[in-house]
Ligand binder design. Sequence first.
Ligand code: ADP
Ligand code: C5P
Length: 253
Amino acid sequence: LNTKTLKNAVLKSHGRPPWYGEDGQPCFPAFVIGIAGGSASGKTHVARQIVRSLGSIPTVIILSQDSFYKKHSPEEIALAFASRFDFDHPDAIDMQLFASCLSDLKALRQTNIPVYSFEQHQRLDETKYLYGATIIITEGIMALQDPALRELYDLKIFVQADSDVMLARRILRDVKERGRSVEGILEQYLRYVKPAFDNFVGPSSRYADIIVPGKDNSVAIELISTHIRRQLEKRARQFRRKMAGTLSRSLSR
Ligand code: ADP
Ligand code: C5P
């Protein structure tokens, strides 16, 4: 396979790159992983460890569900600052936008991801332009909640941690990183976070392919990375086979 052969194949396939099939879809979609679990269970940590463990694989994107909180009205923002807004109900997330951005990225299409501020309790005006990842890792408390999202995942993970561990971590993190008071964190936790975990987040673990502990999880991370590498190798083999077929059809026309 040389550059000239490739150029010929592109010309003969009406300008369509050879890695796009005749159905107009890319032959090699991104590998998508969904990570759910309670707040501060360690989802982001697991996502970052997977990226680290994959090492040499290029372009891995971590997509947080937090980016998809709906735009809030001034009244809702006032409630949020008084710890009286429910950010833990599935309705707080724009699942449709989440699924559509993820679906674009999976199909190697460009997309714009909203940017969310925990300090301002608001989606910002700027967006983040993303394109062309080999692996996409999405993480969020409701990542396994929505059927349309679940459809897009090649691997579904649930991070399991004790509720006291999650609460202790959340207090430390929200004070340090999200500008919150301990009183506010506890009020929000008892009113919204814990009931939502019991009603929505915890039960969604039944959709997971694998349950990962929220601490001491290096063995689980290694197993997951090995699985991802194998799946990518399998896809690359299928891609090469499909591309060889496309090329020989184009050249014989
Ligand atoms: P989540 O994304 O689920 O909200 P994070 O991954 O941000 O949770 O973790 C919350 C806090 O717990 C962070 O301060 C992180 O450093 C800590 N943490 C997460 N996973 C571990 C772990 N395996 N061992 C020790 N601390 C952890
Ligand atoms: O990172 P983590 O999974 O903990 O993020 C989800 C949590 O963020 C939810 O439990 C929700 O209560 C909290 N949240 C918040 N303030 C916002 C938006 C979400 O405290 N403005």
